[in-house]
Design a binder for this molecule. Sequence first.
Ligand code: MG
Length: 382
Amino acid sequence: MAKRLSVLGSTGSIGVNTLQVVEMLGDEIDIRYLSANKNGDLLIKQARTYRPKAVAVVDPATARSVDKALAGEGISVLTGREGLLELASRTDVDLLLNGLVGSAGMEPTLLAVKAGIDVALSNKESLVMAGELIVRAQDETGASLMPVDSEHSAIWQCLAGEKKEDVRRIILTGSGGPFRTRKAETFSEITVTEALRHPNWNMGKKITIDSATMMNKGLEVIEAHWLFQLTPDRIDIVVHPQSIIHSAVEFKDGSVKAQMGVPDMKIPIQYALTYPRHVESEWERLDLIELGRLTFEAPDRERFPAIGLAYEALRKGGSAPAVLNVANEQAVYRFINNEILFTDIPKIIQAAGEQHEWIEHPELEDLIQLEDWTKAFVKLYN
Ligand code: MG
């Protein structure tokens, strides 16, 4: 029987890749629900191709035009944030893929897990902000998280058949982004165009800037902590500019398992959809001989202070990672709008972390309030 799938953020980078995987897998996947924010034209096209039961459109004006276009086609249109949240909690699916960007993805993940639905998780911000709540909900309902983030998919694959207590540490690899070799003195002159030019991965804007500051790797450390239940001292970062080894696990006996592949998000997406199988695909193959060599180096925590900020927030725990996450995304949007410098991003995150009222075990309402506080804080920062 086909796996019934809901795709949140279907018109974004992860969503579009997911639908390519679905297309390739043929009858194995049945698209039940799709969601988008403002890209109505693409959503309408996707809806006509995959015939979901319903779509959710967050932006009200876009929702009206989608509703009009799909009238009489038997596809219902849910509107606004409420529509998205309603769609996320529907239980007539086997798997929900969360490809939303940023903190907007947190509540949908939590609702799906609470409803007992397995989540293929691309939205790492969900775990960064609400890791404790999501894990608690998983304990209650038994829902699983299938990592889509390439590093976490790699670790998940390396851990297959292994015992958790045999793991010494995990090694998250990162490309180092576009400024890996750029001189520290020129970081304040970095332009938006330069920061959006990622050497290996073709991704959405927010995550591309996160890769340039290396906050992406910091967020992934926190994501790994919740996914694999490891303390921060057991999670390391290694810069690997070719992005071929997607991450590795070191075991207690000194054995290290790494997972490799070409940098293409369709591969980890497919694994999350077909887990525990690796089924035939048509994606580009890895050619080690053509590659010739792989290189590794330590991350530079001085030029990339975001890494240290993320570890610090994880060690502090409670509400600290949530504030780090929201401050980061708001600062990134201000940078994209040319309102602040590239080097202001970590400064803003640090200031927000220091000034917020820390909560040890934040509930959902606390997180929503903290999100509002942090957004206001970043807006006023000069
Ligand atoms: Mg990643």
